[in-house]
Ligand binder design. Structure first.
Ligand code: F0G
Length: 463
């Protein structure tokens, strides 16, 4: 039996990428410390000139059918890079030339579930969830982190860093530790969940809780990376975006390349919507699919700069002071708004905002289907309900929600919700009364068989 890969098998196939500015189009092979265009300061994106062979797009010289069967065959491989649901698709990723630099925790390979009762509540026939919370550190960030952290390792960096609402920091800290690099985390003090903070600590990050919000943390980090050789791992890093594309590839592979009508994503810093959209467009260009799904982005009402930009028809994003209990998306000045806007236009998707009460209800409903997610992920279901009411999503169309984080990321939110405390003393207390049927507070009773039996009977009657 062969267990270990041979040296030649462990080589990564080349997928040479270059970087291009999304505004002025300048092309380069290396990025500045802050991953901004050296000429105009806008964001960069990766592209692959060598996909084009004699006028046809063929990554690694392979056509669509050959790519599909190669990716499927890799599912049986014992190589760590094949067991990763990210590196399995490496023909569509930037190459790490030295395979020893690849840092993988077997990310990706996340499940797609159907959501029968959520489908009924939203009014659609076919509703699915791609659960990115089932990644190694419990969020979608791992799919991008494996790629970008591997680039940091290959570049010989000792330190990596990010500003975060919690999930990026948890993921970065894990991949840095795994790759024997040090990590610096900047998080807004008091505004991230304990679950996420504790992950960063356990994975040995130097964790600074700054008395500011996410946008303030980002501003400070941008200056730090100018002064120190620290590798920036926020989603302005185009290699993270490339890794996050793979959730879209996996999703379509799951449906045997049959494209769903709608994909719905939460919007925070807007890296993930940009990544998924880029993947859908690339897959169509490569002939892997015949069309793209409409990709819609949902924000919390209190953190809605993209919604405002689109509704008010402005050309420039105006930052907002963000406030939402869905702390993962408490972001008022999203870095990737131009990329996200382009994806909305290219796929015909919509933007929508949802209230705090709508988020809480949607989260409980997803839990009721036995799936569960963190609050930021639940905006997708809340947003879907609105899109159905507006006729933007038709009942007969197929819909996929991107659930971005695991239920256990924010147990405090869930406990407060079920105890009925989440909105007490807030402006939402009155509206929150509609949540009562979804609340299941723990019941404290005497330790006797009779009381437990009585509780059971009461619960049965209440159904
Ligand atoms: N859902 C979850 C659970 C998140 O953690 C985030 C972002 C998003 C959605 C939004 O994704 O920023 O790509 O639009 N979390 C970042 C962080 C900002 O620092 O963990 P996005």
């Amino acid at each position: 039996m062969k267990v270990k890969p041979t040296a030649s098998e462990s080589q990564l196939e080349p997928a040479a990428s270059r970087l291009r500015c999304i505004s002025c189009g300048s092309v380069s092979d290396s990025a500045s410390q802050n991953f901004r265009c050296r000429r105009c300061g806008d964001l960069l994106e990766a592209f692959y000139p060598n996909w084009n062979i004699e006028g046809k797009l063929r990554p690694a010289g392979l056509d669509a059918a050959a790519l599909k069967s190669l990716w499927r065959a890799r599912r049986k491989s014992l190589l760590p890079i094949d067991q990763s649901g990210v590196w399995r698709f490496r023909e569509l990723l930037p190459s790490v030339t030295d395979s020893a630099s690849v840092i993988t925790l077997h990310e990706g390979n996340t499940p797609v579930y159907d959501l029968p009762s959520c489908a009924r509540s939203a009014g659609v026939d076919r509703l699915f969830a791609k659960h990115q919370g089932m990644n190694p550190t419990g969020s979608f960030k791992d799919t991008g982190m494996t790629v970008a952290a591997s680039f940091a390792k290959q570049g010989g960096f000792r330190w990596v860093a990010c500003a975060s609402t919690g999930n990026t920091s948890a993921s970065m800290a894990a991949y840095a530790a795994r790759g024997a690099m040090r990590s610096l985390v900047l998080i807004p003090e008091g505004k991230i969940s304990w679950g996420k903070l504790s992950q960063a600590l356990d994975y040995a990050a130097v964790t600074c809780q700054l008395r500011t919000d996410f946008d303030g943390c980002m501003g400070i980090l941008n200056e730090v990376v100018e002064r120190m050789p620290v590798y920036l791992l926020n989603s302005v890093n185009p290699y993270r975006v490339e890794g996050q594309k793979t959730a879209a590839i996996e999703l379509l592979e799951h449906f045997d390349w049959d494209v769903p009508d709608h994909v719905i994503v939460p919007g925070g810093n807007l890296g993930n919507s940009s990544a998924l959209g880029k993947a859908f467009l690339e897959m169509k260009d490569l002939g892997l699919t015949s069309r793209v799904p409409k990709l819609s982005i949902i924000q919390a009402e209190g953190a809605n700069p993209l919604v405002r930009l689109v509704r008010e028809g402005r050309k420039q994003l105006r930052a907002v002071e963000a406030e939402t209990m869905a702390t993962a998306i408490r972001i008022g000045n999203p870095a990737s708004w131009k990329k996200a806007l382009r994806i909305l236009e290219a796929t015909g998707g919509s933007v929508e905002e949802v209230s705090e009460v709508e988020i809480a209800q949607a989260k409980a409903e997803i839990g009721g289907d036995g799936i569960g997610c963190e609050p930021a992920s639940a905006v997708t279901l809340a947003g879907l309900k609105k899109l159905v009411k507006q006729g933007i999503v038709k009942p007969s169309e197929s819909v996929v929600l991107l659930l971005t984080g695991h239920l256990l990321k924010d147990p405090e939110f869930t406990l407060k919700f079920h105890r009925g405390d989440l909105f007490s003393g807030t402006q939402y207390a009155e509206d929150a009364k509609i949540l009562a049927p979804h609340q299941r507070a723990p019941i404290i009773v005497d330790a006797s068989v009779d009381t437990v039996m009585k509780t059971l009977e009461q619960a049965e009657k209440a159904e």
